[in-house]
Each structure stands twice: as structure tokens, then as C-alpha cells.
Ligand binder design. Sequence first.
Ligand SMILES: Cc1cc2nc3c(=O)[nH]c(=O)nc-3n(C[C@H](O)[C@H](O)[C@H](O)COP(=O)(O)OP(=O)(O)OC[C@H]3O[C@@H](n4cnc5c(N)ncnc54)[C@H](O)[C@@H]3O)c2cc1C
Length: 349
Amino acid sequence: MERRGAMDVCILGAGVVGLMTALELQDQFPNANYTIIAHLFNQNTTSDGAAGLFHPSSTFTGPTLDITENWIADSYSYYDNLRNSSDGEKSGVFQCSGFQLSSSMPSLIWSNYMKKVAPVYRYATEEELKVYPGNWKYGSYCVTLGIECRRLLPWSLLRFQESGGKVISKKIESFGELADDYDVVMNCSGLSAAQLCQDRQMVPIRGQVIKVHAPWVTQFLYADHDTYIIPSGRGRVTLGGTRNFDDHDTSVSKWDSEKIREKCSRLIPKLAVAPELETWVGLRPHRHPVRVEVETLSIPRKRGGSLKVVHNYGHGGYGVTTAPGTAKHAVNLFRQLHSGCSESQPSKL
Ligand SMILES: Cc1cc2nc3c(=O)[nH]c(=O)nc-3n(C[C@H](O)[C@H](O)[C@H](O)COP(=O)(O)OP(=O)(O)OC[C@H]3O[C@@H](n4cnc5c(N)ncnc54)[C@H](O)[C@@H]3O)c2cc1C
């Protein structure tokens, strides 16, 4: 339902970052008009293919350590509250536990971010290091969350629409196309921000995974050489992986697939024959640091004034983990924009 005289806000992008931003806006400012514009939805997004484990590595970087820790803490509590709500099941958030193991590097198995949010996070015991085949010298155990984007994205989109949000399926080539119809654009365009914003700090990190049906895998495992086995909801298990910096190739590599099967089966031999559901390649939208900030674009507009853009992109391999927290930050920036123009537009939100 269009609210006449209210502010018109476009959320560009329907991946996990765009959808979390859209829901946060509707929660905090229910009187504005919201439109999501995207060319890819649900199963066609990068977000859909993510393993979905809440497990930020210490390499994940926002503008400052404090801000980054706030994003992670806000995200964890958002998902945990959702899990415990009546929509917990429908939204695809579940609790899971598991190990991170290394035969050589103690720093690889520890994340101070996780220590601050996970209900259980500790070093693995000598006995635990012997459970999985390999010469494991270092390990950590944690209880965390899994987020199945195949359920979270459609659930979020439906909630957005039920609250009056409009959805348009199209690709835009520049922000100029949005200038006449919207007062503010929330830019959650993931890797495409490289072109839209001419942002040379955006780099794809290619990742190939195999999704198998293995409902008997109940714990996640991370090990050296980017080996991971992650329960991704309803019996789907993500086997990984690869991490190729500045690689744009989205085609499946047979060689990578063989390598992934082989290294995961070394940890859990039964995985050698687990039925494959799909093999998938995605490009992690990496930026150092993740960009959450306001930009004012002086584009000629019928509405007058300049177009405000709140950027929220560049989450790399941790977008599912951190989307609710960066969404909250982006909406705080949106609030500041509004208070900046409140004299001329007092009742638009
Ligand atoms: C193999 C792999 C495993 C991963 N595992 C995890 C994990 O376990 N945990 C985790 O936290 N993260 C994980 N990630 C990272 C995660 O997938 C990303 O960080 C996240 O999906 C980024 O979300 P996004 O919304 O920014 O981008 P996307 O999901 O790519 O969405 C971008 C949206 O913007 C729209 N868009 C872009 N440009 C335009 C345009 N010009 N016009 C209109 N619409 C546009 C698209 O249509 C789309 O809707 C993984 C990634 C990979 C590749």
C-alpha cells in the first residue's frame, strides 16, 4: 500500500544483506514506502548457496574493531531471537555445534569474535582432537547457529511484502535510474557494487562447494586447506571448498569437485558416497573493509535535491553471518539522514 507524502526508499538487492536491511527499515520506520529492486532472487543469489554457518573469521573487517564486534553481536542476537520465535523453523535458523581443527596453526582455530558471542566456545580437548582422522594439534569447539538461506530469503521476502513492501524484478545500470523515484537508496548490491560504484576495492573470491544429502552429519567441521563440512539444514550438507582471490569464473571445475570430495572424505570417510544434490560456484563479494556508509550523489532529479545512497556491501565470506548487524548500522545511518532533513520533510517517515 502506497503511503502518499511519505518518503520513498529503494533497497537495491534481494540477497541476505538487502532483505535484512529491508526488514530492519520496516521495523524502525513503518511509515515510509519501500521497494526492493533486484534482478536475482532466492535461489539465484549468492546468498542462497552459502553454507550458512555463523562463524566469522578474525579476518572479517569493518571500519573499526568496535563497529565490527557490534555488527557480529547484533547479528547473533537477531538470529538467536528469530530461532526462538514462532517463526524459528520457517526462517531456517537452527543451533549447531562443531570443531575447527588445524595440524599446524593455532591462530587458524581461534576467533575472538566467536568467543564474544557463542554460548560455548573453547579449545578442543586432547580426546576431541583424536575423534577425526588426521594429525590434529590444535582445535576449538563451539556451539553456534546455522542459517539456511533457502528458507531465510523467501521468509524475509514474504514478510517484507506482507508489511506493505513492493518488489520489482529488474537490473539497473546506474543509480541515475533511481533518482527520480526515490529519496534514498540502500545499496545492497553485493559484488555488482564494483561496477555501480566504480569501487576498485571490491574483489570476487571464488568458492566452489558440493551440496550432499547426509542427514547423519550433525556437527560442522572446519580443517586446514579450506576443508569444511557444514550441515546446511534439512539433511543438506555443504562440502567445501575453494577460495580463489580475484577469480570471476563461475563455472564448475571438475578438478575442484574431486579435491573437495577427497579432502572431506578424509575427515568423514562415509562422505565419499553421500549423494550429490548439486555442485555450486559462488563469488564472495569481498571488500576490506566492508562498506557501510552514506554517499550523496549530485544527479539531476525531478524531485530536486540530491540522491542519498546508504551503502551496505562487501561482506565477503561472512554476509549471512553479519547481514542483520550491518543492516542495523545502515538503518542508523538512514535515521541520521532523516534527522538531517527533518525540518524540510518533518512527516515523511
Ligand atoms: C562457497 C560460499 C560459501 C559461503 N558460506 C558462507 C557461510 O557459511 N557463512 C556466511 O556468513 N557467508 C557465507 N558466504 C558468503 C555469503 O554468501 C555472502 O557474503 C552473501 O551472500 C552476500 O550477500 P549480498 O546480499 O551482499 O549479495 P547477493 O546474495 O549476491 O545479492 C545481491 C543482490 O543484489 C542484486 N543486484 C546486484 N546488482 C544489481 C543491479 N545492477 N540491479 C538490480 N539488482 C542488482 C542481485 O540481483 C541480488 O539480489 C559464502 C559464499 C560462498 C561463495
